[in-house]
Design a protein around this ligand. Structure first.
Ligand code: NAD
Length: 340
């Protein structure tokens, strides 16, 4: 069958990966989807409980830091494409343990590139290495301006430095060995299945527990937010229609100052729980800034919009409301990941 594929998706038990795996497994029954994940604290097979029995899906518990295991898996399953999401992803953790970010995000990515190259040889027909990255590689913006695909890399945190490095290695494999690749750099994601160390799920949880909502600095940090399912749809679009050797920025056209976002979240949570107005907002506390904190990220997503016709499907208010509903009806999931 001409369009049959063996696709390796890494990090599929994590937040974004789980939505990408679900989309590919359900939308493309003729593709074999292999989900390689080391099941770190952030990886949770329960994120894919609803599809784990499907015949075109297989979980491979393995670590991208281990090149030998990657070799065996490439030989056994003949992957023709890689969608690489496995990574250490939390900026605060990168500040306390940078080396873990180097070994997984940099060395792990090079292991994957190296193994794919070795296995594919020099005939790259119908082969693709797709690297999922972040807008944080571009550093920080002032009050105005946007990151475009031409913006020079200028990472500030150990996390963004590790992602910038892995992007460079992917490009280098393209330039040096002609390996077909695409890279996409996306803004902050939110939605179901996000580990409750990240802002939105942490704050929903803290509203439920009546715990403080720690906002960094003066709350004026600005981020662009994208609903995770819209990111998964963008990844599907780029995988199938993206041009080889190109980078695509993915964003929500949706900038929020942290403090305004937290106020909106409090308002929606209070409405859903039937709390008196202002209940959750009282939990906001301002805490000492994160070192090296980037002031503002904003994505110019006009390239993917114009060339591939992708745009977000939900507004932030809708996406946030869906996200809060999901956490309210999945409290067991929250308890389980926290205890892990
Ligand atoms: P996550 O932390 O929720 O999930 C990461 C997954 O990778 C987990 O399932 C984990 O078990 C797995 N993993 C970690 N180390 C591994 C290793 N050594 N070998 C194999 N698997 C390993 O992360 P996420 O938020 O879903 O992010 C996924 C990707 O998207 C990352 O590459 C991240 O840099 C990128 N990204 C994230 C965002 C965001 O807002 N979350 C935005 C842009 C880009």
């Amino acid at each position: 069958e001409a369009n049959k594929r063996n696709i390796l998706i890494t990090g599929g038990c994590g937040f974004i990966g789980s939505h990408v795996v679900r989309l590919f497994v359900t939308k493309y029954p003729h593709y074999n989807i292999y989900n390689l994940d080391a099941l770190t604290y952030a990886g949770n097979p329960a994120n894919l409980e609803d599809i784990e029995q499907m015949s075109n899906y297989k979980l491979l518990v393995a670590d991208i830091r281990n090149a030998e295991v990657l070799e065996q898996l490439f030989s056994e399953y003949n992957f023709d494409s890689v969608i690489h999401l496995a990574a250490e992803s939390h900026v605060d953790r990168s500040i306390t343990d940078p080396l873990a970010f180097v070994t997984t995000n940099v060395v792990g990515t090079v292991n994957l590139l190296h193994t794919a190259k070795k296995h594919w040889g020099t005939d790259f027909t119908n082969k693709l290495f797709y690297h999922i990255s972040t807008d944080e590689v571009y550093g920080t913006l002032g009050e105005s301006g946007f990151f475009t695909e031409e913006t020079a890399y200028d990472p500030n945190s150990p996390y963004s430095a590790s992602k910038a490095s892995s992007d460079h290695f992917v490009r280098a494999y393209g330039e040096t060995y002609k390996m077909p690749y695409v890279i996409s750099n996306c803004s902050n994601n939110y939605g179901p299945n996000q580990f409750p160390e990240k802002l939105i799920p942490l704050f929903i949880q803290n509203c439920l527990d009546k715990k403080s909502l720690p906002v960094y600095g003066d709350g004026n940090y600005t981020r662009d937010w994208l609903y995770v399912i819209d990111h998964a749809i963008a990844i599907d679009t780029i995988f199938h229609k993206g041009k080889i050797s190109e980078t695509y920025n993915i964003g929500g056209f949706n900038e929020w100052k942290n403090i305004d976002l937290v106020r909106l979240l409090c308002k929606q949570v209070d409405q859903k729980l039937g709390n008196p107005e202002g209940t959750s907002e009282k939990l906001i506390t301002f805490v000492t800034d994160r070192p090296g904190h980037d002031f503002r990220y904003a994505i110019d997503a006009s390239k993917i919009n114009a060339e591939l016709g992708w745009k977000p499907s939900v507004t932030f208010e809708e996406g946030l409301s869906k996200t809060i509903d999901w956490y309210l009806s999945n409290r067991l999931w929250l308890e389980q990941v926290k205890s892990k």
